[in-house]
Design a protein around this ligand. Structure first.
Ligand code: ATP
Ligand code: MG
Length: 492
């Protein structure tokens, strides 16, 4: 039998792209990723250093790369996929006839393949030995020897390769393009040490694979040799843990990252907010305040920081909605046929039995979360007109979105002066966010999908100081901005 190192040698050429990556001296595993990479390398004209925000989604991943040193000021770019979009499907397909795995593409028609979807949620469920339910949909066995974590490492390695390929083509005059990465995880994953540890292993092992073995050349790879590399890399990172104070450089919560733009956007005035991210596998909700403070130097009132009241994440999202919809839609057999078409389908077949689930998402996450916030900040008056920011793919489904216009207070229907429902806040497109061609701008409809990756692409130090609300200045009554309300109405 060949040793792992011999095995590596024989498969590297098949797995690696032409653009073999040079490993800078001293850039060992514990320094790669997060801000450690910047710190360890310093600046050099032939070397471009970029930051990648990797939003590893249950159904699709989104990649935003930030160039802090762009002429005229930092810029962030959305990395495109091969189909002209920017959502990298998270499913991995296994083709048993040739023992290959497909990443980022569907199998060609007629080719028998097994789909492994929602791997992110399976990693969480497996990390807690099935004690909690995170995964919705048909259960499947992984290819022999593979675990959900191995598949996640492979997927993230592929995503890092896509980001790296983009970096090299966007900055051809640089001899070397180095990318440090931060990945997002739901708040509920962060709170469970076992799940957090699993994702820390995933991102570190994937980064190490890319550093040592280069880019995954194609979307189609041989399963057995890839598995040997992945097991070896996981083994290495598990045996070489990093200090806890460096975890944030690798992993940050999706909730915090999504708030980054809410804070900076000029179209978001100071006030009280809830932000709800309805993804495929999870719904993340946070309530917060953006208080104003008078800046003596600039002689201006400015949004100062974010005060967190509460955050909660639940494991119901569009996967669970699809599971329910499929039960009532005899002509549709796969949730793939529902993705992005939910509004059309629901327009034709109004309920599809999802009413209870939508309310469950609303009650379990939004209402419970708001009740926690209300305990911290009891002024009912101030909460009467708070604003809601709804992002994620589930937030694009009108039936779901409309539910979030209801006030989470159980009393709201009895308030005589309460009218109308809560406003769903639109967000303007960040000035510094561009498409991967480096000129075009994302569309308004893309923003709900990109907010997390955009926030993650910023260094942990540029994220606004998130404080406990006790530290924040008193909240002023919410002032409706006529322009914003008009914008909101124009969009929905
Ligand atoms: N216009 C759209 N384009 C794509 N997906 C859409 C659209 N409208 C609704 N959806 C739904 O959004 C879901 C994906 O949402 P999103 O990309 O926010 O999830 P995710 O980030 O992969 O999941 P999670 O955050 O739970 O890990 C799809 O499963 C699809 O059903
Ligand atoms: Mg998401």
């Amino acid at each position: 039998m060949r040793s792992p190192s011999e095995l590596f040698k024989s498969v590297i050429d098949r797995l690696r792209g032409n653009d073999k990556k040079k490993i800078p001296p001293g850039n060992n595993d514990t320094k790669a990723g997060g801000d450690g990479m910047n710190a360890s390398l310093g600046r050099n004209d032939t070397r471009k250093i970029l930051r990648l925000g990797l939003d590893y989604g249950t159904s699709a991943s989104k990649l935003v790369i930030r160039d802090e040193e762009a002429p005229g000021g930092a810029r962030a770019y959305v990395v495109g996929n091969n189909n002209g979009g920017y959502r990298f499907p998270s499913s991995v397909y296994y083709v048993p006839s040739d023992g290959r795995l497909l990443l980022g593409v569907r199998p060609p028609p007629g080719k028998e393949a097994v789909e492994y979807h929602s791997i992110k949620m399976r990693v969480a469920e497996d990390a807690v030995n099935g004690e909690a339910r995170y995964f919705y949909g048909n259960r499947f066995d992984y290819p022999r020897g593979w675990s959900s974590k191995d598949l996640a490492v492979l997927s993230v390695w592929y995503l890092l390769s896509e980001a790296s390929r983009w970096g090299k083509s966007a900055f051809p005059r640089f001899g070397e393009v180095l990318i440090s990465v931060t990945m997002g995880i739901p708040m509920s994953f962060q709170d469970d040490q076992r799940i957090k540890a699993a994702f820390l292993d995933v991102i570190r092992a994937a980064q190490r694979l890319q550093k040592i073995h280069g880019l995954l050349k194609e979307s189609e790879i041989e399963a057995d040799p890839a598995l040997a590399l992945i097991k070896d890399s996981l083994d290495h990172v598990i045996k070489n843990p990093i200090d806890e104070d460096r975890h944030r450089a690798w992993l940050r919560t999706e909730a915090e990252s999504a708030l980054f733009w809410a804070f900076h956007s000029p179209s978001v005035p100071p006030g009280l907010y809830a932000k709800v991210d309805i993804g495929a596998g999870t719904t993340n909700c946070s309530t917060f305040t953006i208080p104003e403070a008078y800046n003596e130097g600039a002689q201006l009132w400015r949004k100062e920081k974010i005060g967190f009241f509460s955050a909660l994440s639940g494991c119901l999202g569009t996967d669970a909605l699809h599971e329910q919809m499929l039960k009532t839609l005899p002509n549709i057999s796969s949730s793939d046929d529902l993705k992005g078409k939910e509004n059309d389908i629901l327009a034709r077949q109004a309920d599809c039995g999802i009413g209870n689930l939508v309310r469950e998402i609303y009650t379990e996450v939004h209402q419970k979360n708001w009740q926690k916030a209300r305990r911290v900040y009891p002024s009912e008056e101030a909460w009467k007109n708070f604003m809601v920011i709804v992002i994620g793919g589930g937030g694009q489904i009108d039936r779901v979105r409309d539910e979030f216009k209801n006030h989470p207070s159980p009393n709201w229907k009895h308030w005589s002066d309460y009218h109308p429902q809560l406003k769903i806040m639109p967000l303007s497109i960040p000035d510094d966010l561009f498409l991967g061609d480096r000129n075009g701008k994302p569309k308004q409809g893309d923003l709900p999908f990109l907010m997390v990756a955009y926030g993650l692409s910023n260094s942990e130090f540029s994220v606004p100081q998130v404080t406990s609300p006790q530290d924040t200045p008193p909240i002023r009554p919410y002032r409706n901005s006529v322009r914003e309300i008009e914008e909101a109405d124009a969009i929905r």
